[in-house]
Design a protein around this ligand. Structure first.
Ligand code: GLY
Length: 357
């Protein structure tokens, strides 16, 4: 098991990464957080695959939310909080989010607001949940107007990332999670790109057990160093938004139903590569390298039927806007550059370029 300690103003917390660590959830939470979770919240798919052993170990009846990005909404927060109330959870109670990024974001946000805030543990069961959502304390839900527009910084007390759960992921989910690994690698460790499996038939067997542990741990280390320096996203943390400006707009423009988050990020990475080149911060070689790293993750839902003007209108409601407009993160040859102003007309042109292939 690898342990990465994440520094946070709300209290440092460990991220435990390893094969089979979820089997020890009761002992780990008692030892590290001082008490076991009183509630497990998950979604229907994860409930079938993993919740029984976790809930049995903790002797709780899991709360099962509807899955999918379109269900990352207020109603799921209300469902969780009302069940916690009915089950008598108080301010000293801890809850466990068991699932992918959607469960993690939603339950973390419910924990942030229940009784004005209770402690929570993240047990991510998807690659995307492990390398991104569970670390750093961003929680929240979507609005029809845009992605993650309501939320709170509310770090978990513990993260338990059992890489064996990746064996149950459909290849599409795995490929989507790899887009966040590519993002992290591009920001600060290009050699991590060499670990990323490629091709349309990427699956759990594409890496060894220890390969998955290494890739997840290296990605988490990158993120943990960034959020330790800038937890509230005043500067450096913005780098983690690489690929997310167009990515979030694509998700919102398709009612959160067409793309997995990582698939939209993969399109967003390609858009950022084109913009980086246009803005003179990325070489032709860098553009090619980042675009092919995204493309090598295999097929993703198409964008050619989408109206670029409509998609780019969602960029205007992005959280990253300020009085000067929307600040993009653009790739350079050895990392990223923050706060790049991109006109809407230019974003539209780039999306048209992606549509042409
Ligand atoms: N997912 C981006 C961040 O945590 O800042």
């Amino acid at each position: 098991m690898i342990t990465i300690d994440v520094r946070s103003a709300a209290g440092d917390y460990p991220v435990l990464i390893g094969s089979g660590v979820l089997d020890d959830i009761s002992e780990l939470s008692a030892r590290i957080v001082g008490r076991p979770p009183r509630s497990v919240v998950t979604d229907a798919v994860v409930a079938r695959l993993h919740a029984h052993r976790v809930a049995a170990a903790l002797d709780v009846d899991p709360i099962v939310l509807a899955g999918g990005e379109s269900n990352k909404r207020w109603s799921a927060v209300e469902t969780s909080c009302r069940r916690w109330l009915a089950d008598g959870l108080d301010r000293s109670s801890i809850v466990l989010a068991l699932g992918g990024g959607i469960v993690t974001d939603t339950v973390g946000f419910a924990a942030a607001t229940y009784l004005r805030g209770i402690a929570w543990i993240a047990a991510p069961t998807t690659l995307l949940g492990m390398v991104d959502a569970a670390v750093g304390g961003k929680t929240g839900v979507n609005l029809p107007e845009g992605k993650n527009l309501v939320g709170a910084f509310w770090p978990p007390a513990l993260v338990v990332a059992d890489t064996d759960t990746l064996a149950t992921l459909p290849p599409r989910e795995l490929r989507a999670g790899l887009a966040e690994v590519v993002k992290a690698a591009w920001i600060s460790d290009h050699s991590l790109l060499d670990l990323v499996p490629v091709g349309a038939d990427i699956g759990y067997d594409s890496l060894t057990k220890s390969g998955w542990v290494e890739m997840v741990a290296r990605s988490i280390r990158i993120k943990s160093e960034i959020v330790a320096d800038d937890e509230r996203e005043a500067g450096l943390r913005k780098s983690l938004n690489l690929g997310h400006t167009l990515g979030h707009a694509l998700e919102a423009a398709t009612d959160y139903r067409r793309f997995l988050h990582g698939e939209a990020v993969a399109w967003g990475l390609e858009a950022a590569a084109l913009l980086g080149r246009r803005h003179g911060v990325l070489s032709a070689h860098g553009e090619q390298e980042l675009r092919s790293a995204a493309q090598r993750l295999g097929p993703r839902p198409a964008i050619d039927d989408l109206d670029p003007e409509r998609v780019c209108r969602f960029i205007a409601t992005d959280k990253k806007r300020d009085a000067q407009g929307v600040a993009w993160v653009l790739p350079t040859d050895d990392g990223v550059v923050l706060d790049q102003r991109v006109e809407t007309s230019e974003a539209i042109e780039v999306m048209r370029e992606l549509q042409r292939g």
